[in-house]
Design a protein. Structure first.
Length: 137
């Protein structure tokens, strides 16, 4: 039971902790036949992907999450780089590093908790060090 339910100033209390108050239950939540339904056929691929990226473990303090788009691009580009040589390898590695920098920035600015933001800072520092070492050679 949440604190907001116990200390509610609203005079219309829900019948049980999971229920919506009467004024909110009819605001697009009652009819589940539209595009916002829980039916996977009604959701577009992007909305399904966005829902997947919201899952984390543990639920209250996500440390592990489903990869978002920049991280997926980084993984795919890294795998392509492992199997290519020459300029294709260099391009794939560049795309991988760029996608990881974008991921780190997003974690740093929009991370769901302090651990995810710390992860973004850590990877950003690691990338700067690796870049400095590569440029020094």
């Amino acid at each position: 039971m949440s604190l907001s339910y116990v200390v509610s100033l609203d005079s219309q209390q829900p019948s049980h902790p999971g229920a919506l108050p009467p004024d909110q239950s009819s605001a697009g939540h009652g009819d589940r036949t539209g595009p916002d339904s829980h039916d996977p056929k009604g959701l577009g691929p992007w909305r399904v992907f966005k829902r997947l990226t919201q899952f984390g473990f543990p639920r209250r303090f996500p440390i592990v999450q489903f990869p978002n788009a920049p991280l997926i691009v980084a993984f795919v580009a890294g795998e392509v780089a492992k199997h290519t040589h020459g300029s294709g390898h260099a391009y794939a590695m560049s795309i991988s590093f760029l996608a990881l920098v974008i991921w780190a920035y997003l974690e740093l600015t929009d991370g769901v908790n302090w651990f995810r933001r710390l992860l973004g800072i850590g990877y950003s520092i690691s990338t700067v060090v690796h870049l400095a070492m590569a440029l020094h050679r």
